[in-house]
Design a protein around this ligand. Structure first.
Ligand code: AMP
Length: 280
C-alpha cells in the first residue's frame, strides 16, 4: 500500500494504472476510520483493480462553531485499516496542499442542500461539493463509494455528478452499526458512558417509525411525531430535526409513498449524531 500527501503523486499513480487498463475505485473519508469506512473500502476493492482512500478533515465543510479542531484524528490507526482492507493508495493531504493561499472557487448546490442537515449547517454542503469535486479531479476514479449513513450527502454527490456531467459512478453503501444498533461514526468517540447508552435512541426511534409505516401509517406528520416522542423519552437529548422526504430528490412530502428517506439529527449532550432509513 502506498501513502502520499501530494496531489502530483496521486496523479502519477493513477495515470500509470490507467495506462495499464486498470479500473480505479475511490473512497473519500475524513479519517478516524471504523468498520463503516472499512466496508466501503472492501466494496471498492471487490469492484475495482485499484483503490484510493483519501483521508482529509476538510475545514471548508465545518461551520464556525462546529468541531473541526476537536475532530478525532489517528493516521497510524487509519493506515492499518486501509492496509487490512487492501487499499492500494492513501491520499492524506494537508489543507495547504488542497487549498493553497488563494482559493476562490466553490461548487455549490441549491434545493436539496437546504433541508435536513443543510438547515442547521448552511455552508456544509458547499464545502462537501467543493472538496469532493477537487478529489474527483485529482483521483479521476471510475467509481466512488459513499455511505448511506450520510444519506443527504449521498443524494447531493449523485446529483452533483449528474448536473456537472462527471463521468463517475456513485455507489451507495449500507449503514454499518454497533451491536446495539448505533450507527458507527467517528464522532461516537465524543460520547461518555451515559451518552453512549442514550445514543441507541436514534436507531430505536427510527425502527419504531419504520414499524408504523410498515403497519400502514401514511401520514408523515404522525410518523414524525412517533419518532420525536421516542427520542424525547431519553434524557439529555435535543432534536435538531426529524424529517421524512422523498428519496432521492429529498422533496418534502405529507403522505408516505415509497421511495422515502426518514432522517434524524439528535444532540446527545453536546454531540450531534445522525441516522436514517430508506424505504425503496
Ligand atoms: P466520514 O469520514 O465521516 O466523512 O465518512 C466517509 C464515508 O464513510 C462517507 O461516505 C460516510 O457516509 C461513510 N460512513 C461513515 N460511517 C458509516 C457507517 N456507519 N456505515 C457506512 N458508511 C459510513
Amino acid at each position: 500500500m502506498e501513502f502520499t500527501k501530494k496531489i502530483d503523486e496521486v496523479r502519477k499513480f493513477v495515470r500509470q494504472w490507467k495506462k495499464e487498463g486498470l479500473s480505479v475505485g475511490f473512497v473519500p473519508t475524513m479519517g478516524y476510520l471504523h468498520d463503516g469506512h472499512k466496508s466501503l473500502i472492501e466494496k471498492a476493492v471487490k469492484d475495482n483493480d485499484k483503490v484510493v482512500v483519501s483521508i482529509f478533515v476538510n475545514p471548508m465543510q465545518f461551520g464556525e462553531n462546529e468541531d473541526f479542531n476537536d475532530y478525532p484524528r489517528d493516521i497510524e490507526h487509519d493506515k492499518k485499516i486501509c492496509f487490512d482492507a487492501k487499499a492500494d493508495l492513501i491520499f492524506n493531504p494537508d489543507a495547504s496542499e488542497m487549498y493553497g493561499d488563494n482559493f476562490y472557487t466553490f461548487v455549490d448546490m441549491n434545493i436539496i442542500t437546504k433541508g435536513l442537515c443543510g438547515k442547521s449547517r448552511p455552508i456544509h454542503f458547499r464545502g462537501v461539493c467543493t472538496v469532493v469535486s477537487k478529489l474527483f479531479n485529482i483521483v479521476n476514479p471510475d467509481k466512488a463509494y459513499f455511505g448511506q449513513k450520510d444519506a443527504q450527502q449521498l443524494a447531493v454527490i449523485k446529483k452533483m455528478t449528474e448536473d456537472l456531467n462527471m463521468n463517475i459512478d456513485i455507489i451507495g453503501c449500507p449503514i454499518i452499526r454497533e451491536d446495539d444498533g448505533l450507527a458507527k461514526s467517528s464522532r461516537n468517540v465524543y460520547l461518555n458512558n451515559e451518552d453512549r447508552k442514550a445514543a441507541t435512541v436514534l436507531n430505536k426511534s427510527l425502527n419504531i417509525g419504520k414499524i408504523s409505516i410498515n403497519g400502514g401509517e401514511k401520514s408523515v406528520e404522525k410518523v414524525k411525531k412517533i419518532i420525536e416522542n421516542e427520542i424525547l423519552k431519553e434524557k439529555n437529548t435535543k432534536i435538531d430535526y426529524v424529517e421524512i422526504v422523498k428519496w432521492p430528490n429529498l422533496e418534502p412530502i405529507d403522505v408516505i409513498e415509497k421511495p422515502i428517506l426518514a432522517a434524524i439529527a439528535v444532540y446527545i449532550g453536546k454531540t450531534r449524531l445522525i441516522d436514517n432509513f430508506i424505504l425503496e
